[in-house]
Write a protein that binds this ligand. Sequence first.
Ligand SMILES: NC(=O)c1ccc[n+]([C@@H]2O[C@H](COP(=O)([O-])OP(=O)(O)OC[C@H]3O[C@@H](n4cnc5c(N)ncnc54)[C@H](OP(=O)(O)O)[C@@H]3O)[C@@H](O)[C@H]2O)c1
Length: 278
Amino acid sequence: MKVLITGAQGFLGQYFVKAFEEEEIIPLSHKDINIEEKETIEKIISLKPDLIIHPAAIRSPDLCEENPDEAWKTNALGTKHIAIACSILDIPLIYISTDYVFSGEKNSPYTEFDPPNPINVYGRTKLAGEIFTKEFCRKYFIIRTSYVFGEYGNNALTQIYNGLKEGKEMYFTNYHYASCTYAGDLVRKVKELSKTKLYGTYHIVNKGVITRYDFACKVAEFLGFSKEKIIKITPETYKAPAKRPLYSVLENYILKLYNMDDLPYYEESLKKSLSNIL
Ligand SMILES: NC(=O)c1ccc[n+]([C@@H]2O[C@H](COP(=O)([O-])OP(=O)(O)OC[C@H]3O[C@@H](n4cnc5c(N)ncnc54)[C@H](OP(=O)(O)O)[C@@H]3O)[C@@H](O)[C@H]2O)c1
């Protein structure tokens, strides 16, 4: 099977390349293809993939808020181009989406049956990507995940680990409640789903609820570092351009209904991930 992966040099892209390494991979980085351009459609068709995994995006909510046209072009139109190519080739598309499609006003975990209602540009552009995926593809997996961490690539865990080693002060909010996800668990479950015809939208996160601050403290605790340089950002001291949902905890509800939800508690996966770093 030929598996085309967008954003292949990004954090999750690297995990997908590794997870599908026994297949023939077409890894496309930003240098190989700019998904904003409409020529993406023809280019992808000419490569004749059997499956596309599409994590490429502008993932920073603050960058999206400050550069909305870029965010709409990459996250929404870029996904539209890929979805059209999939529809012409009649192949499945796996689109990686986010908990930020939700507003954060619910006080129990969001399931796949809850209506999205994003509150920032990032969330709105990622939701538009979901809508294009559904509009053009017959066979799709929309995977919503949250605060993904792993032992390599640029992500929350590697940033916290490096910051702790360097003794840097690090600032995290302590009032946005969310799920977090070990990249290894995520790509394993995506791969499992990709072998089925159970197309549709899925939440894939580890169990447990965190704030960014709690997560950083947990990493420090597991590594035996002091937490004194991990500093809380409170609503009074929050200055970032993009609003974040106050509560975006996801439940893997459809996986649970299919008896496929074996995602561990995040602490277990965090320990595993840290043991791979050390
Ligand atoms: N990381 C998380 O915590 C998290 C949580 C929820 C959902 N997600 C979703 O997961 C996906 C992957 O995130 P990630 O953490 O792996 O992000 P990442 O490390 O920033 O990777 C995204 C990749 O997309 C590429 N890209 C950006 N614009 C592009 C364009 N116009 N054309 C082609 N490639 C382009 C980037 O290349 P350059 O860097 O060279 O621009 C980068 O390699 C995203 O869709 C994100 O919304 C991530």
